[in-house]
Design a protein around this ligand. Sequence first.
Ligand code: CMC
Length: 391
Amino acid sequence: TGHFTFDPGFASTASTKSAITYIDGDQGVLLYRGYPIEQLAANSSFLEVAYLLLNGELPNAADFDKFEHDVSHHTMMHESLKNFFQGFHHDAHPMAMLAASIASLSAFYHDDLNVDDPVDRKMAAIRLIAKMPTIAAACYRYSIGWPLRYPRNNLEYVDRFLHMMFEVPSEPLQMSPVAAKALDLLFILHADHEQNASTSTVRLVGSTGANPYASIAAGITALWGPAHGGANEAVLKQLEEIGTPDNVESAILRAKDKNDSFRLMGFGHRVYKNFDPRAKIIREMCHKVLAELGVKDPLLDVALKLEEAALKDDYFVERKLYPNVDFYSGLIYKALGIPTEMFTVMFAIARTAGWIAHWIEQHETPGSRIGRPRQIYTGADVRDYVSVDKR
Ligand code: CMC
């Protein structure tokens, strides 16, 4: 029964029109508001990209100053939110803490929020972009038992975050400018990716009229899975398991074995069937960061060997499986001293810009309807209830 188009995983269904991000998966093209990702990566900053995603145009100097001012004046986390952290077990995964904390923002900022008011929507966007790094750093510090840090609003976005993560009292934080640059680049590259699973989730929740904090919290939980944003954490764990370049061959064999659920993490993409343009940029940055920070990570050798072996293996070539955005990002995070469990949190900080831009676009679009997919029913025909003594 049912006469609906069957499209598992929505591989060929456009759920919405959108003017934010363009992807050509065959050509390896990614544009934010028309600007090639390579140009933004080379010239822009995450905060400027966030403005672009939200507003559709690059800001002039005055617009950018105002945006930066607004963001840096909403970085504080409500003091009561700290009490939430006390309730988490010390080894809670930071993604669990992040999802719960962001959902809880609705409890602080919901009452006077009207999702139909453009001013309220912009305010929610600013709050989310501003508070995300503060809450993310709090998740990390709580998990290692350190006191939480207040945001230093005189610093730039990425520097502020690094300070909240790593600063200890009475010791100035020694952080190489390369670290901030690399993190900013990763944030730019992760900022949006059209209707991926987490953004579609944000839109589906948003379509019910739910408030933006609830919508973004749903996006965070969708991002967590290893097939999506959780891949960056999974890549690093997999590289550690493989351990040395000598073991790469057997990992490739396992990945090809259809009786084994093992997949090469950081490989393959639903849309990119030629190469992932973000992976190209990240690969270069990875070499640069490791060289400039003087980090000799043996896992880089494993990653390079894995990439080389996969790219000339028929299995991966036929299925058009290439390294994706998450393959090299973890090695950069690791070199910056960010622990593996935090990798997906880093992705979430960046993607918040895209999520909230989509949420706003959805509310700006006249005639938006609640998302309500149908199904092909495969269950039992109609039948009569049988009392328990007759079963
Ligand atoms: N290792 C081994 N085989 C793979 C892999 C992989 N990483 N990815 C896909 N395949 C095979 C898959 O078994 C299937 O083979 P066959 O046709 O013989 O059954 C074929 O390639 C097509 O795979 P699919 O699962 O139908 O493709 P999909 O578009 O549904 O999934 C994907 C895309 C990204 C979920 C998948 O490639 C994957 O699981 N990759 C590993 C996880 C990962 O790196 N995810 C991050 C994606 S990029 C960033 C983000 O979205 O957050």
